[in-house]
Write a protein that binds this ligand. Structure first.
Ligand SMILES: [Cu+2]
Length: 135
């Protein structure tokens, strides 16, 4: 019985069309884009880098790299965006803590401006540009 299944599988392999048509190109590998939350003297506290570009499927990973609590609150997003609970992220309090924002269907292409809620007044803000996936 097992032998029969093996033979059937082998025939299945041999029977597959070869070179009938070229396969579609693989999707761009999703990337992890790191944005650090830093407190640099004397420049102040900031997201580093301030601007990043992402494509659908990518993850923007915010990393707490300072001593003060920081978070990610989206302030200005495209009309079609529906961030729901992602609009205000959790407060990160310990060094090395991370917060991942996956660029999924809630993030149509466009410009996403975010701030750190407690430090917005100090200019702690950043931008994610969500691009169309290249074809
Ligand atoms: Cu902050």
């Amino acid at each position: 019985m097992a032998r029969l299944a093996f033979v059937a599988a082998l025939i299945g392999c041999l029977g597959s069309p070869v070179g009938a048509q070229s396969p579609p190109p693989p999707p761009a590998r999703p990337r992890v884009i790191v944005v650090r939350m830093v407190e640099r003297v004397p420049y102040g506290i900031a997201f580093d880098p301030v601007r990043v570009s992402a494509q659908p499927g990518d993850t923007v990973r915010f990393v707490q790299a300072g001593g003060m609590p920081h978070n990610v609150e989206f302030r200005s997003v495209p009309m079609a965006a529906d961030l729901g609970e992602l609009r205000v992220g959790p407060m990160l309090v310990s060094v090395g803590q991370t917060y991942d924002v996956v660029i999924d269907g809630r993030f149509p292409p466009g410009k996403y401006v975010y701030v750190c809620t407690p430090h917005e007044v100090l200019g702690m803000a950043g931008i994610i540009y969500v691009e169309e996936r290249p074809r």
